[in-house]
Design a protein around this ligand. Structure first.
Ligand code: 13P
Ligand code: SF4
Length: 311
């Protein structure tokens, strides 16, 4: 335990020395969340990254999130514990493939909406970005006279179509973690806790979303659980969320949604970050997010539009 305390102290010392802020996503391990200055969803983290006056942003999440911080606040040094922490959604939509698709479908004059879980290259090709926290609002503000192409998450896209009644063409990407939850795995845990409410992330499949009482972003799960009128709540998303929820809603019995194979679901990318790696990236200021300025500035415009449209 004393080695762990030393490590935490060393991180806090380095944070002060480098005038750094530590931002962490809700799926990070508990030890990282407990040390962070701010823990939240992709939308909250993008706002925080833009507003910070620290010199260094140590971003504990996955690569596209740290990259987003650099895009909206380029004068800061943005470091991340592990540069290989990717995302299956980002992988499912490579920039060159989207570019070729848009070129082949030029006559359609698509209004392109990209879920924030994508590369800077993809962001640079689209009109506006959304997160799971504001997707409905962003789609509602799309020009009514243009067809929408929604990339890369087909599950989030179909949920937004249900919510808004707006038809969209969907890129066929998915999150490898959230598609592991099945109708069978969630119905089984519901049968075990018949009075429980179910909250699920919109990256889940439609079959799973249909079993949920609420479908929302990770940040909205916090207020849902705090205000729920029942004690038992089944949380259908990545397991790191449970740490945050148990801290914020200590009176609730929060049950991890199981998959057919496991009692809960972990994102291997989110879990690549450790306190040791956080320490090292603060000490060495490596790995850093570095972006060519033309890509950065083209990716910034749709992100700023998103921040504006979600106020
Ligand atoms: P949130 O924006 O809801 O936190 O989701 C991010 C994510 O990666 C979900 O898998
Ligand atoms: Fe990407 Fe899914 Fe991991 Fe979120 S949980 S970072 S969408 S792979």
């Amino acid at each position: 335990p004393s080695a762990a305390l030393d490590l935490k102290d060393a991180i806090l010392r380095l944070k002060k020395e480098k005038n750094a802020v530590i931002l962490a996503h809700n799926y990070q391990t508990g030890d990282i969340q407990d040390l962070a200055d701010y823990v939240g969803d992709s939308l909250g983290l993008a706002f925080r990254a833009k507003e910070t006056d620290a010199d260094v942003i140590a971003f504990c999440g996955v690569h596209f999130m740290a990259e987003t911080a650099k895009i909206v606040n380029p004068s800061k040094t943005v470091v991340l514990p592990d540069k290989d922490a990717g995302c299956s959604l980002e992988e499912s939509c490579p920039g060159p493939e989207l570019e070729a698709f848009l070129e082949a479908n030029r006559e359609k004059n698509y209004y392109v909406i990209a879920y924030i879980n994508c590369s800077a290259h993809v962001k640079a090709l689209c009109d506006v970005i959304c997160t799971s926290g504001n997707a409905v609002r962003i789609v509602e503000q799309a020009p009514p006279d243009r067809p929408i192409l929604f990339v890369p998450d087909a599950n989030l896209g179909s949920w937004v179509m249900e919510q808004t009644g707006r038809k969209m063409d969907l890129w066929q990407g998915s999150c490898y973690v959230h598609v592991e939850f099945t109708r069978n795995s969630i119905q089984t845990i519901k049968d075990e806790y018949p009075d429980a409410l179910v909250v699920a992330h919109p990256e889940c499949t439609e079959a799973v979303r249909l079993l949920a009482d609420e479908v929302c972003s990770t940040e909205k799960m916090v207020s849902f659980c705090k205000n729920a009128p029942v004690k038992n709540i089944i949380v259908v998303t990545e397991s790191g969320m449970l740490h945050r929820l148990r801290k914020e809603a200590p009176d609730k019995n929060l049950i991890a949604g199981p998959t057919d194979r496991c009692a809960c679901a972990d994102c291997r990318f989110m879990k690549m970050n450790t306190l040791e790696k956080l320490h090292d990236c603060l000490e060495k200021l490596e790995p850093q997010v570095i972006l060519p300025e033309d890509i950065r500035s083209r990716a910034e415009a749709p992100l700023l539009r998103m921040l504006e449209q979600s106020k």
